[in-house]
Design a protein around this ligand. Structure first.
Ligand code: NAP
Ligand code: GDD
Length: 346
């Protein structure tokens, strides 16, 4: 009898937990931020739907690295296909949508300006319209970016009062998406939030981005698999944080009473050269100049020389702060690349 009551109670509990579980739809699930955000949401009891594009050969490596592949329900959609997004919002009516999908590589955005605009700008309009028509209580997070500030700053930092001056088709496309996100909030009362995130990195950062290119290169040199790293502008400065910390800020933005826009960064900036030095130092190499070659192929038609956040307001409002500092981030990424390459060598 006691056992029977226990089983009834257990089933009821599971059933009500299932009913109560919040749902989140995450676009860009296969990228860098998607897996970290999915892990955070799953840990909080969410049911997570991850949007993937049609693939001949799907790559779930990043999700496997973070340990969430298999816990996510994958659904098909494309940011350039309005009806696919409408169908997803209409059928799932998720509590929260995190729009992380983008052509996110600044360097390619000059050659791929139209596609960058279709994915990063129009795709956001499609999602917002779908929410407006089919699920107006859904809360929406837009992955906005410090790249929107471009060369603009106030006393050397960027914060909520800094005007946008984007320097790449990528930056321009994100400014459109930023304002659409604000506009749908103000016009239709949707709960929409922009996270203006400064650069954030991790062991699953795409290999084209400078930090991962450096840590992968340093690991290869350390293991005798490569002799040099070819880079562009070593003087560019970025405010680099850890992606795992930044997804917490995304989540918190959608838990606030009122929607808003937030700056997320560490408040510290370092040059590419400093990143290179730190990465080589971590594997015991001090003469890094012998291994780094400057290559004009990696220079950009218009550069963003310095990005440095003032995240104070966000920290106060969200009660958020980054946990991983610059040196810890560099060490984490170099160690992960050394480990990965050592395993491949065996
Ligand atoms: P990421 O690694 O490049 O991932 C982007 C994801 O978008 C990929 O999974 C990609 O899918 C997906 N995607 C691209 N085109 C798509 C389309 N047409 N339809 C559906 N999905 C598409 O980027 P991330 O570093 O995780 O960044 C996440 C978001 O934050 C991006 O919007 C980025 O612009 C923004 N952001 C990033 C940073 C940063 O420092 N990481 C800073 C500020 C803002 P495939 O795997 O199929 O290619
Ligand atoms: N990728 C790359 N490769 N960048 C290089 C290289 C190189 O060989 N050499 C120097 N750089 C410089 C770039 O010119 C840039 O100034 C800086 O390193 C950082 O480049 P990326 O790592 O490609 O990142 P990003 O700052 O252009 O863009 C990233 O951060 C944005 C937020 O500020 C991306 O994640 C964007 O999606 C994101 O919005």
């Amino acid at each position: 009898m006691i056992l029977q009551n226990y089983l009834v109670y257990k089933n009821l509990l599971c059933y009500s937990l299932l009913i109560m579980a919040k749902t989140a739809l995450v676009t860009g699930i296969l990228g860098q931020d998607g897996p970290y955000l999915a892990k955070l949401l799953l840990d909080k009891g969410y049911k997570v739907y991850g949007v993937t594009r049609r693939y001949s050969n799907p790559n779930f490596e990043n999700l496997e690295y973070v340990g969430v592949h298999g816990k996510i329900q994958y659904v098909e959609g494309d940011m350039t296909d309005e009806s696919s997004l409408m169908n997803l919002i209409k059928s799932l009516r998720p509590d929260e949508v995190y729009n992380l999908a983008a052509q996110s590589f600044v360097g390619s955005s000059w050659d791929l300006a139209k596609m960058t605009t279709e994915v990063n700008s129009l795709g956001v309009l499609y999602l917002l319209n779908a929410i407006k028509y089919f699920s107006p209580t859904t809360r929406f997070y837009q992955a906005s970016t410090s790249e929107m500030f471009g060369t603009s700053h106030i006393n050397g930092v960027q914060d909520d009062n800094t005007p946008f001056y984007p320097r790449s088709p990528y930056g321009v496309s994100k400014v459109y998406a930023y304002w659409m996100t604000v506009n749908f909030r103000e016009s239709f009362g949707l709960f929409t939030a922009n996270g203006i995130l400064f650069n954030h990195e991790s062991p699953i950062r795409g290999i084209q981005f400078v930090t991962r290119k450096i840590t992968d290169g340093v690991a290869r040199i350390k293991l005798g698999l490569a002799e040099e790293i070819r880079l562009g502008n070593l003087d560019a400065r970025r405010d680099w944080g850890f992606a795992g910390d930044y997804v917490e800020a995304m989540y918190l933005m959608l838990q606030q009473e009122q929607p808003g826009d937030y700056i997320v960064g560490t408040g510290e900036s370092h040059s590419v050269k400093e990143f290179v030095e730190a990465a080589f130092r971590h594997v015991g190499i001090t003469n890094w100049q012998d291994y780094v070659k400057q290559d004009p192929r990696f220079m950009r038609p218009a550069e963003v020389p310095d990005l440095k956040s003032n995240p104070k307001e966000t920290m106060d409002k969200l009660g958020w702060k980054p946990k991983v500092n610059f040196d810890e981030l560099v060490a984490m990424m170099v160690d992960a690349d050394v480990k990965r390459l050592e395993a491949l060598k065996k």
